[in-house]
Design a protein around this ligand. Structure first.
Ligand SMILES: Cc1ncc(COP(=O)(O)O)c(C=O)c1O
Length: 368
């Protein structure tokens, strides 16, 4: 039996060596004492570094235990029971669960497949601002599991339409896409739009999900939230040391990001020839694939037989017959492509091809 590999929850197996070193060299005092920020009025090295990278004031940085924590706290802080939160129609299922916990009311704006890419229907989103009293608008860029970026050329139109709401952009997968990321670009809008909050995490690009660390950049109108999120006794100091090591290892993470782009491209090449599979273009460390209903059992059998685990969607109609495949190591990605190629071709009936497929080059290992 091949070694089992879990590619179902979008973690990244490539932390920088410097992060491991930072964890190994933690001292006794780092463990038993509170973080030094406890003695410096809440300011921390991590907050200062993030403010510098995002080119914002330190007061605009909120640190939390991952993007999930910040999202939950933001919903609890801003939304009263019965108030409306606008969510993407095709979305990470936990958004709805978080909202249900605080008895908020979800209103969907359409995010729908358009060929090989999911797209936000921005006109419908603008329309929603005039028909509903939206307390909080949640945008996901990239979306999970859809992998689409919010169309940034229309963001200001949306921010103007929602200037009386809190607008949260979940950028958990920031820095995993095709472009070199610049943390300051979107952050600059928080100066113009005081109701804007951008949430990022160290779980994805920086491969530190286990440390539970993330941050938000907030506009001045949300300063109350920053106060609520301040911890008198500081945040986790060990996490801060490791996360700072990650932020100082950008060259490593740029290599990993380029590897994601290469692995996504190879996955598309394997699946694109088949009419029975649609690999949606993604800017995350994962790819969503929709199979025909008839093809699903063959693919599932080959994937399971190869010891691989994908996320198959159950009870989420938007993602019927879909699998979300997290990118792994180069060797794991090669195993994924081989299992998919087998699942697509070996069956009781022959596959329908969109175009001739010359798969051989894509069944080789990823670029190192
Ligand atoms: C879209 C999205 N937002 C937020 C998160 C939460 O990330 P974190 O590990 O920082 O809590 C995830 C995790 O998978 C996610 O997919």
């Amino acid at each position: 039996m091949p070694e089992p590999v879990d590619l179902s929850h979008n973690v990244n197996p490539h932390p920088a060596e410097a992060c491991l070193a930072a964890a190994r060299y933690l001292t006794e005092a780092d463990l038993y004492d509170y973080a030094p920020s406890f003695r410096s009025g809440g300011r921390s090295d991590l907050g200062d570094k993030l403010a510098e990278d995002c080119k914002v004031e330190p007061e605009q940085i909120v640190i939390g235990y991952g993007a999930e924590d910040i999202l939950k706290q933001a919903l609890a802080h801003f939304v009263r029971p019965g108030e409306v939160v606008a969510l993407p129609s095709a979305r990470w299922r936990y958004y709805r669960e978080m909202l249900d916990e605080i008895r908020g009311v979800a209103v969907d704006y359409p995010v729908v497949p358009d060929g090989l890419t999911y797209r936000v229907d921005v006109d419908a989103l603008l329309e929603l601002a005039s028909t509903h009293r939206v307390r909080l608008l949640l945008l996901a860029s990239p979306g999970n599991p859809t992998g689409d970026l919010f169309p940034m050329d229309r963001l200001e139109e949306v921010l103007l339409a929602y200037r009386d709401s809190v607008v949260v952009v979940d950028e958990a997968y920031f820095g995993c896409g095709d472009m070199r990321p610049d943390p300051a670009v979107l952050a600059a809008l928080t100066r113009l739009y005081p109701n804007l909050m951008i949430i990022r995490t160290f779980s994805k690009r920086y491969a530190l999900a286990g440390w539970r660390s993330g941050y938000a950049v907030i506009g001045a109108g949300l300063a109350d939230f920053a106060r609520v999120m301040r911890r008198y006794l500081g945040h986790s100091y060990p996490a801060e040391r490791v996360v700072l090591a990650a932020l100082r290892s950008e060259a490593h993470y740029e290599r990993i990001r380029e590897g994601f782009a290469d692995a996504r491209e190879r996955l598309y090449r394997v699946l694109d020839p088949y009419e029975e599979a649609t690999a949606y273009r993604s800017q995350g460390n994962f790819v969503l694939v929709r199979f025909s209903e008839a093809r699903v059992p063959f693919v599932r059998t080959h994937v399971a037989g190869a010891g691989l685990k994908f996320k198959w969607f159950v009870g989420e109609p938007a993602f019927e017959h879909c699998a979300r495949i997290t990118l792994g190591t180069a060797e794991q990605n090669r195993r994924v492509r081989v299992a998919l190629a087998e699942g697509m071709t070996i069956s009781r009936f022959p596959p329908t091809l969109r175009k001739a497929n010359y798969l051989a080059p894509y069944l080789l290992p990823d670029k190192a």
